[in-house]
Write a protein of this length. Structure first.
Length: 133
């Protein structure tokens, strides 16, 4: 399952070298994941069951810098491995499709009581069937 998230780099995200601070990329990736949860309505399931997606591992490679007002798109490919929800996320320049960064983010669903839960079958089925968002 693949989804996209577009945005424009804002000035307050820059560091002293006038490019996007490396930590900000993690915020971009998380924003794309939350949009996915909203678009698929999985967020409704999580809210009603008091479950929270918790990132347990992030592997990221920075390829090219981003600067203020760059127009960017994040393409996320979703899968799962057992009870791990996995997002392979690539950041691209919107106008040239040049890859800026790539990351793999592994998550689990955790209850408010901090108990790990299985991925629901409807999530696994959607990912198995690669339904487009």
């Amino acid at each position: 399952m693949i989804n996209e998230y577009s945005f424009e780099v804002r000035g307050y995200e820059l560091d002293s070298f006038n490019h996007v601070n490396n930590a900000v990329y993690l915020n971009y990736l998380e924003s794309a994941r939350w949009k996915f949860f909203r678009d698929t309505k999985w967020i409704d399931y999580m809210k009603s069951n008091e479950l929270h997606p918790v990132v347990i591992e992030t592997k990221i490679r920075y390829i090219k810098e981003l600067k203020v007002f760059d127009k960017v798109v994040i393409k996320s490919k979703w899968s799962y491995d057992g009870n791990y929800l996995i997002a392979k996320q690539n950041i691209y320049m919107e106008n040239t499709s040049k890859k800026i960064s790539k990351a793999t983010v592994k998550m689990i669903l955790v209850s408010t009581e901090r108990i790990a839960h299985d991925l629901p079958n409807f999530v696994k089925n959607a990912l198995d069937n690669e339904v487009e968002v």
